[in-house]
Design a protein around this ligand. Structure first.
Ligand SMILES: Cc1ncc(COP(=O)(O)O)c(C=O)c1O
Length: 444
């Protein structure tokens, strides 16, 4: 990756509203020189809400659990499960320790294992792939639709074999995947779909929230997420049997609500991925502002899209026709250096940073990551899949569209969309200034 921040650093810096410049002053009037050329930065403070947003109600909720000594998975987690299922219109929710755990337990509950292939989106956080490897399944990447940043359903179909056992589309940045097309492809062969909705709380496809379309839907409550308890996760499903198997997988084969000394078991392979009561209490409290914040982000982001679309070389991610709400965990666009005097993306991001607007270049090409090849070349994989299949894996997993996207992408994080509309005007103004002075900036 060529970006100067890694993702977690970027999210932290952006959430804290840290400016690269630190120069005091007012917002620059339009037409000013870019800060990188000695002009006034567009923004010298603000522009991003501190994240997470902490209220007295949060402190009270967690304090009560602490004082009661009720620190284990108990009534707050159960109440959260009910409320989160209700919020998303799903029948069942299993709260777990992280988004990774939600994906891991979904695959576990569906019995995915050695010899199976799991189709994954390449434009994602590494956990989407790790969970397939943890079950000794073979990850198979389906290329990205560059215009939307989301997995291309036609590439899913092309990647399917008689070993395909699950499909994991990812609603990256909170943008809904084309669920009609993905579910249609999956239905042809009766393959389960595990939605990775870890970044997509309250995003909506048609009349229903994402995470409630597939066989299961997985969410993360890690601290950067739009709903957070520091760490945490949840699985949604409408299938009672799958809910029970995911529950058993995450709780060492134990059933819900059994007495402490009930040592009867159900399910198959399992582990401990339980959410604590402290996380459950915090989530119940944090859920109160969720809808209002989602609306603010989406209003601001839609407005910013209208402004950025007017600037040559800036291509905001397009939405599929059925996407009725984007959660905007990330605001994503493509940057074309040819329209900016061939200024590389890293210089563009640095110039933006000098304006007090912090962007990131986002993910690298995950399908090329060495750790996957290391895993596939390990003894258990070679034994199960054979040397030929492991050798052919690289050729089979080329994602040329995703490669291009990884070079073009720019992200802003959700905290930048919680303020007033004038914050969006500042972002657009900074990009416009950089575009107007691109030849000088490119020559720096
Ligand atoms: C797309 C995606 N999938 C999975 C995860 C894993 O979630 P967690 O960090 O809660 O394990 C994340 C979190 O960063 C994510 O963004």
């Amino acid at each position: 990756m060529t970006n100067h921040f890694d993702r977690r650093q970027f999210l932290t810096a952006a959430a804290a509203g840290i400016a690269l410049t630190g120069v005091p002053g007012r917002a620059a009037p339009a037409g000013d020189k870019p800060a990188a050329l000695g002009g006034k930065p567009v923004r010298t403070s603000g522009g991003s809400k501190p994240w997470p947003i902490v209220s007295e109600a949060d402190e009270k909720a967690v304090g009560e659990v602490v004082r009661a000594g009720r620190w284990y998975r108990s009534q707050s987690v159960e109440r959260f499960e009910e409320e989160y299922a209700g919020l998303n219109g799903a029948k069942y929710c299993v709260a777990v320790s992280s988004g990774t755990s939600a994906l891991f337990a979904s695959l576990g509950g569906l019995g995915i294992g050695p010899g199976d292939e799991v189709i994954v989106a390449p434009y994602t956080f590494v956990a989407t792939v790790n969970v397939a490897l943890l079950h000794y399944a073979m990850p198979v990447f389906a290329d990205t639709d560059r215009e939307t940043f989301l997995v291309d359903p036609r590439k899913i179909e092309a990647a399917m074999t008689d070993r395909t056992a699950a499909i994991i589309p990812v609603h990256i940045g909170g943008a809904p995947c084309d669920m009609d097309a993905i579910l249609a492809v999956a239905k042809k062969r009766n393959i389960p779909v595990i939605e990775d909705a870890c970044q997509a709380h309250l995003a909506r496809w048609r009349d229903r929230n994402v995470g409630n379309w597939g066989t299961t839907g997985c969410f993360s409550f890690q601290v950067s997420k739009n709903l957070s308890s520091g760490e945490g996760g949840a699985i949604l499903t409408n299938d009672q049997g799958i809910a029970a198997r995911c529950y058993a997988f995450h709780n060492n084969c134990r059933k819900p609500k059994v007495a402490a000394y009930d040592f009867t078991y159900e399910g198959g392979r399992a582990t401990n991925l339980r959410m604590t009561e402290l996380q459950g209490a915090l989530l119940l409290s944090q859920m109160k502002g969720l809808e209002e914040r989602a609306k603010t982000r989406s209003d601001n982001a839609d407005y910013l899209t209208r402004l950025l679309r007017e600037i040559p070389g800036i291509m905001p991610a397009k939405a599929y026709e059925g996407a009725t709400r984007n959660a905007y965990h990330l605001y994503m666009f493509r940057y074309d250096p040819a329209q900016f005097a061939n200024m590389p993306r890293a210089k563009f991001l640095a110039a933006l940073g000098k304006e007090g607007i912090h962007g990131s270049g986002g993910y690298g090409p995950l399908n090329k990551a060495a750790f996957i090849k290391n895993a596939l070349n390990s003894r258990p994989y070679l034994r199960v899949y054979g040397e030929k299949a492991v050798q052919e894996w690289e050729e089979r997993n080329r994602c040329p569209e995703n490669d291009k996207l990884c070079e073009e992408a720019v992200w802003f994080t959700q905290g930048m969309f919680l303020g007033p509309r004038s914050d969006m005007d500042q972002i657009a103004e900074a990009v416009r200034k950089i575009h107007a002075y691109a030849p000088q900036l490119a020559a720096l």
